[in-house]
Ligand binder design. Structure first.
Ligand SMILES: Cc1ncc(COP(=O)(O)O)c(C=O)c1O
Length: 376
């Protein structure tokens, strides 16, 4: 969760500059009274960094998922397949476009189990929505292969693994469309914010128009006379968010390197004594969270207490499992999907997720590992 840990004078200066240069906080227009177009620049630098063709900054990761589903043509009554270890936002976005969420369980990688996908596909299936949970890539190539066979689309939710890779490509850029979040707890943060990336011009065009009341931003007309063909909504990012985002993006490499050194310091002292979360062969993690399994309740409690006492806490597992496992979402899912999710709950109940903090040193993670090892 390091983005917010290293907010400093650089982000402050970037925001102050907006006010010094005319104070325009809106992404569009006001050409004469501003020096920069921060949202457009944030999109451009994001695309350059992640080698993604079309990039659209929006107000949140949740908004990004909803817009991407609309762009893919998901209509009321269609089905969207996603996974049981997740964040509620994904389900909310599916429901908000009137579609039906269908749940697939995870495996010991804590990501979507591709073997379960085929059994859920039917005539109503429009999209598969895998999530790269807590830094680790899904089996995204396998999922894309299945989608091609059944002629359905893939939306990658990469809100939790920015900077991670699969087969040398950045997560979020491999499927038809991908989404990112920059909320307060993400690897880079703009407070609230999101990004939609795609190689497909049509998907970008629809998303761009939908997120901005249908505006086509036709260069031939002033904004008040702009052309439109669809109605949309307001999911725009502000200039202040984008100014912070550009600075945070310049810190991404540093954050990923710091994550890695801390993650590996912990891993080398735990591996061998505990079962560790699996990662796909061709993937590189963003090392956001270290996850391992312990079946013995007493040992697990001791470890969790140690993490609390030493100021690490846990991330999602177990502290916020109710918001991350679909077995708890009877306010949003059918009883059939809840029942199905029990298998995932069983895997998650033994998992401990250690957040990787920048403010803690690799040495501290090494010592933490040594202490955890003694419980076995
Ligand atoms: C997997 C996943 N998807 C979507 C979201 C939603 O992002 P946001 O908080 O920016 O709306 C989150 C945020 O926690 C997430 O973890």
């Amino acid at each position: 969760m390091p983005g917010f840990e290293i907010i400093n004078h650089k982000e402050k200066k970037a925001v102050n500059k907006i006010f010094e240069n005319g104070g325009v906080l809106f992404a569009h227009g006001f050409e004469k009274s501003r020096k920069n177009f921060h949202v457009r620049e944030f999109e451009k630098t994001f695309g350059k960094k992640l080698k993604s063709k079309y990039n659209l900054a929006v107000s949140s990761g949740t908004a990004a998922i909803k817009i991407a589903l609309k762009a893919l043509g998901v209509k009321p009554g269609d089905e969207v397949i996603t996974q049981a270890f997740n964040f509620i936002a994904t389900i909310e976005a599916i429901l908000d476009v009137g579609a039906i969420p269908r749940i697939v369980n995870i495996d010991k990688s804590l990501n979507m189990n591709p073997e379960e996908i085929k059994s859920v596909i039917n005539k109503k299936t429009k999209v598969i929505l895998p999530v790269h949970m807590l830094g680790v890539s899904a089996e995204i190539k396998e999922i894309i292969k299945i989608s091609k066979k059944y002629k359905i689309k893939v939306l990658e939710d990469n809100c939790e693994a920015i900077g991670g890779k699969y087969s040398g490509k950045y997560l979020g850029t491999l499927a038809d469309i991908g989404v990112f979040s920059f909320d307060f707890g993400k690897t880079i943060t703009t407070g609230e914010g999101g990004m939609i990336v795609t190689k497909n011009k049509k998907l970008d065009k629809y998303s761009r128009e939908y997120h901005d009341h249908g505006h086509e931003n036709n260069p031939k007309f002033p904004r008040g006379k702009d052309t439109k063909t669809i109605y949309g909504f307001n999911y725009r990012m502000t200039e202040m968010q984008a100014a912070v985002g550009k600075v945070q993006l310049s810190k991404l490499k540093y954050i990923l390197n710091c994550n890695k050194s801390r993650f590996l310091s912990l891993k080398k002292n735990i591996a061998g004594n505990f079962e560790i979360r699996k990662e796909p062969n061709k993937s590189i993690s963003s090392y956001d969270t270290f996850i391992f399994f312990e079946e013995d309740n007493k040992i697990r409690s001791k470890i969790i207490n140690l993490l609390k006492k030493e100021g690490y806490g846990t991330k999602n597992l177990p502290d916020a499992i109710e918001w991350h496992c679909s077995a708890f979402w009877d306010h949003a899912l059918s009883s059939k999907e809840i029942k199905k999710s029990i298998k995932t709950k069983e895997i998650l109940k033994n998992a401990i997720a250690v957040p990787i903090w920048l403010k803690k040193t690799p040495k501290e993670y090494e010592n933490l590992g040594k202490k955890i090892k003694k419980f076995k």
